[in-house]
Design a protein around this ligand. Structure first.
Ligand code: GLC
Length: 527
């Protein structure tokens, strides 16, 4: 494997700085706080951190509403704090990737101020402006993902502007060459500072249909479908012109070499392949959420893995995501015993694993009382279980008040700190946290786990089974999805490298194998 493709061997840890560690008692995590926790990140063993937006922002949408792309918001610290963190991470052989939010700005961004000021301003076409429909209403039926029409009337220009998300997040016009150039310079600003790549936000919606054709009705939608999904986003998402822009974004990354481009993509799993590109490359890693969306049983997981691997082009590098700032904590859905199976699964599959800070301690959805809801998605499209605050709750570090996260009132309620915190799990060498650490360590130590071929076996009897193979070396992974013991029939022998229970490692083992309830095993087969 090419040495410069470090991201193929990486284990990527997503951090929302606001929920990681506060240093000044304002209840919000910040960069000096994060700096203090680099030691923990090192101990855990991850080699890449993805940081959600830390740029100047009114923070209406977790910082995805940006006022200045080349700055650090004072809530988080300074550019100097950022540089220090980057240096310290690099000194510890940890890469850092940032969120790049090309689709929209905050409505308080100076560019928008200029664009809305008049139709003759030099930046008049930096955003998507359109005249009203003949009846004076919005130009077409396009819907904002955060509810209501995606068009907002602007009295000054007497035109509508388009926003895929919040009214306060106007979409940039990626058809405008100056916008593209300005955004490529944003990338270069951070790449020159030394960041190792980007996760590109909302990349599938960059360009919208230029005829402004109406989206058709979502025929599968019912009364439980959130209103923004009642139309099929045919003319707003995944347009061919968008692919061209993604290729240009990739070209900027390639100016620097040895960096990575991951992309948030939408749509059916069958569409994921084209986000890799063909003659002109697109993303190294279009983010794959299939694991989060899968039913939790051996046969469904086996089918999901196959469907995903079939959907990506030959030679494309897979990736697996188990959590994120927009996704419900999976431990709440599958339960703590199976959270161990999940850990062994996604850290032994072929492809770059991503997880969200807190997944390694089994963080669950935290209940948010109505008066503390922060997520605009929930405020604007409430009642459909869309609130993203429950997974964004701050990291519980220890037993002290506010879990050691902050000396002030945390920006979101915290879960039951006494049940689960880092300090407590670190003290127990059989905990989920230790399992993460052991699995990450094993993945780094055994190249077969990152580079080896993936060979499915026929899963039966609630056991998901596959091999990783590299030359003569073979590892067998057996995952018991049942809360009861299960037998796995096989002949031969090997060495048990790791059990999810962390109580019987490095033992000789012969098939057939009895898996205890909720147990997963990694076995190195004798050659
Ligand atoms: C992406 C982000 C999400 C945000 C949206 C608008 O989907 O992951 O958190 O709300 O973009 O920027």
């Amino acid at each position: 494997m090419n040495n410069s493709q470090w991201w193929k061997r990486a284990v990527i840890y997503e951090i929302a700085a606001v929920s990681f560690q506060d240093s000044n008692g304002d209840g919000k995590g910040d960069l000096p706080g994060l700096k203090r926790r680099i030691e923990y990140i090192r101990w855990l063993g991850v080699d890449t951190v993805w940081l959600t937006p830390i740029f100047r922002s009114p923070f209406l949408d977790l910082g995805y509403d940006i006022v200045d792309f080349c700055s650090v918001d004072p809530t988080f610290g300074t550019l100097d704090d950022f540089d220090q963190i980057l240096t310290e991470l690099h000194n510890n052989n940890i890469h850092l990737i940032l969120d790049f939010v090309p689709n929209h700005t905050s409505d308080r961004h100076a560019w928008f101020g200029e664009s809305r000021s008049s139709r003759s301003n030099p930046r008049h076409d930096w955003y998507i402006w359109a005249d009203p429909a003949p009846n004076g209403g919005p130009p077409n039926n396009w819907l904002s993902r955060f509810g209501g029409s995606a068009w907002e009337w602007d009295e000054g220009r007497r035109q509508y502007y388009y926003h895929s998300f919040l009214v306060q997040q106007p979409d940039l016009n990626w058809r405008c060459a100056e916008v593209r150039a300005a955004m490529f310079d944003v990338m270069r600003f951070w790449l020159r500072r030394g960041v190792d790549g980007f996760r590109v936000d909302a990349s599938a919606v960059l360009i919208k249909d230029d005829l402004l054709r109406d989206n058709p009705k979502n025929q599968r939608g019912g009364k439980n479908t959130p209103p923004p999904e009642r139309l099929k986003p045919v003319f707003t998402d995944d347009r061919p012109e968008t692919m061209d822009s993604i290729e240009n974004i990739r070209a900027v990354i390639d100016e620097f070499g040895d960096r990575v481009l991951a992309g948030e993509v939408q749509g059916e799993i069958t569409r994921i392949g084209h986000f890799y590109g063909n003659d002109r490359p697109r993303f190294h890693l279009p983010l794959n959420f299939a694991l989060i969306d899968s039913e939790w049983d051996a046969l469904s997981l086996q089918a999901m893995i196959d469907a995903y691997l079939n959907a990506i082009p030959q030679g494309a590098w897979p990736d697996w995501i188990i959590g994120g700032h927009d996704k419900k904590r999976i431990a709440s859905q599958i339960g703590q015993p199976q959270a161990r199976i999940l850990a062994m699964l996604f850290l032994t599959l072929k492809g770059t694993p991503f997880f969200f800070a807190g997944d390694e301690i089994g963080m669950e959805q935290v209940a948010i009382p109505d008066e503390r809801v922060r997520d605009p998605f929930e405020k604007l499209v409430g009642g459909y279980g869309l609130n993203r605050d429950p997974e964004r709750s701050p990291m519980p570090w220890d037993h002290s008040s506010n879990g050691g996260f902050s000396s002030g009132e945390p920006w979101l309620p915290m879960g039951d700190i006494a049940v689960r915190n880092v300090e407590m799990l670190k003290a127990d060498e059989r905990s989920l946290l230790w399992l993460y650490r052991r699995l990450i360590g094993l993945r780094h130590q055994e190249t077969i786990l990152s580079e080896g071929a993936y060979e499915p076996l026929r899963s039966r009897n609630d056991v998901l089974a596959y091999k990783r193979v590299q030359g003569q070396d073979e590892m067998l992974v057996l995952l018991n999805l049942a809360h009861e013991p299960r037998q796995w029939e096989w002949q031969g022998n090997g060495t048990l490298l790791l059990s999810t229970h962390l109580d019987r490692d490095e033992q000789p083992l012969e098939g057939p194998t009895l898996l205890r309830s909720d147990e997963g095993l990694i076995i190195r087969l004798a050659q």
